[in-house]
Design a protein. Structure first.
Length: 202
């Protein structure tokens, strides 16, 4: 797609987010959840600097594949060309929460895809509560709007975040933003002394 429909894209910015009911089938979502959780548990994957009680992986290889596979879908949905920056998987554990924040410019357009949760738990974007079922996704401009999650009283809640920038937009310098994100991740993993393995995109 070379022609861009800026009216369609402006709708996202005006609405702040778009919920996509069938972003992924429930069966596929469960499969990706199992792959991610089995790996995290087997390798005792640590938390990240943003959420204390969680397990998370930057550019987990199956999620990088999703990031690439969904590029055209996200472009078509928004009416503008997008390119990938990075993927991030996280399982929130009991009593975890996400502080109110805005993301980097490399998260100009973000998909939060729900893979599993044993309780409903809203993502709050600019004061709006968003509940997702398994396989549903929400597309938003994470770096422009505040978003958070209150404390979780379930046992686990797993999501994958797919981040993009507009191909011809102001943040295009962040396309395939791997070197900077990889450096941040490696510093964190060095502190946690987590060894690399075949499932990490290195």
């Amino acid at each position: 797609m070379i022609h861009e429909d800026f009216k369609k894209y402006q709708e996202l910015k005006d609405q702040k987010y778009i919920v996509v009911p069938n972003f992924m089938s429930k069966e596929d979502a469960h499969e990706y959840y199992k792959i991610f959780r089995d790996y995290c548990v087997k390798n005792d994957v640590p938390n990240d600097s943003q959420v204390e009680k969680c397990q998370s992986i930057f550019n987990f290889t199956p999620f990088v594949q999703l990031l690439c596979d969904y590029t055209k879908f996200v472009s078509d949905t928004l009416g503008v060309n997008v390119v990938p920056t990075y993927a991030f998987g996280r399982t929130y554990l009991n009593d975890s929460y996400l502080k109110n924040h805005r993301d980097f410019e490399s998260c100009e357009i973000s998909v939060s895809l729900h893979l599993y949760g044993d309780k409903e738990w809203p993502l709050i974007i600019d004061g709006h509560e968003i509940y997702l079922n398994t396989g549903e996704g929400v597309i938003d401009c994470d770096f422009e709007f505040d978003h958070l999650r209150d404390r979780y009283d379930g046992e686990e809640f797993t999501q994958v975040f797919l981040h993009y920038v507009r191909t011809y937009g102001d943040n295009k310098r962040h396309l395939f933003d791997y070197p900077r994100q990889k450096w941040r991740w490696e510093q964190h993993m060095k502190e946690k002394q987590l060894s690399k393995n075949r499932f990490l995109f290195t």
